[in-house]
Design a protein around this ligand. Sequence first.
Ligand SMILES: NC(=O)c1ccc[n+]([C@@H]2O[C@H](COP(=O)([O-])OP(=O)(O)OC[C@H]3O[C@@H](n4cnc5c(N)ncnc54)[C@H](OP(=O)(O)O)[C@@H]3O)[C@@H](O)[C@H]2O)c1
Length: 299
Amino acid sequence: MNERLTVLVTGCDGQLGSELRKLVKSGCCSFCRFLFVDVNVLDICNRAEVHNYFKTNHVDVVVNCAAYTAVDRAESDSEAAFAVNRDGVSILAECCVEEGAFMIHVSTDYVFDGTGNVPYKESCPVNPTGIYGISKLEGEEAMRVKGVDGIIIRTAWLYSVYGHNFVKTMLRLGSEKEQVSVVADQHGTPTWAADLAVAILHILQHTDIKNAHGLEIYHYTDEGECTWYEFASAIMQMSGKSCQVIPISSDEYPASCHRPAYSVLDKTKIKERFGLDIPMWDDSLQKMLDELKLKESWR
Ligand SMILES: NC(=O)c1ccc[n+]([C@@H]2O[C@H](COP(=O)([O-])OP(=O)(O)OC[C@H]3O[C@@H](n4cnc5c(N)ncnc54)[C@H](OP(=O)(O)O)[C@@H]3O)[C@@H](O)[C@H]2O)c1
């Protein structure tokens, strides 16, 4: 076990960063000291700022939750997507190498083209079809080029009580509309960011950080699979909304970015390496909805 590692969490105000902070606040990770920063304190695209941060703060591990995640907007705003998802990651990796820090980075199922029909393993060929996926893949490659020691965790379909996400959009539409159309020909796995945060802390605890060398890719999502239509139907049903969910095809849903039709990830490697017990997506959805209800009833 590692003793009092200093862990820098970048992009800490996003979904995953917020879940990590909540877990740390609950006291479940006392073997580490955490530094939580978002773009207002540390812009990962600002090379001088990031280098200066590493010079003035001792960092053993970076957990990079910072990202440009607006998948459709990225198609017309590619400069910003590449700045964060490729160049920012490269800067962080460069600093980690210089200071001997380990880097845990989060990537995406959108590195795959989605033409498969069995869960994607880490070794499957990548072929992103949109700017977001390309920028995330180039971030992965930048880590390799810099020679950083670390882990890339590809995940998918994240949601949380924090930030903007599909679950919150469906809850809003479910209150406003009698019916909502949702694509039924894209398969993946909804993943509660809280589960991924638990997995990251577990990995931190079960990695000999000081002696870990090389860069490994792992896939992590919740268990099971569904379509966006099935996901939306579960949200409506579990939250007691009468809004009808209508299945449509991707062709009927206008979006700037082409999304993979099948992006279920194979999690065998991460489960075997770290002994992770991963929850089913619909069990986690229920927990998130319960948490959201509690949070909103306090308002
Ligand atoms: N969301 C998904 O469905 C999904 C699916 C697969 C993979 N992932 C990956 O999972 C990771 C976590 O996703 P998430 O949903 O938690 O993302 P998120 O909620 O969008 O959070 C990203 C955070 O990064 C911040 N950020 C943006 N540019 C930055 C910069 N230059 N320097 C520092 N911070 C910056 C954002 O701030 P602002 O809000 O102010 O921009 C935000 O707080 C990301 O790597 C993402 O690519 C997400």
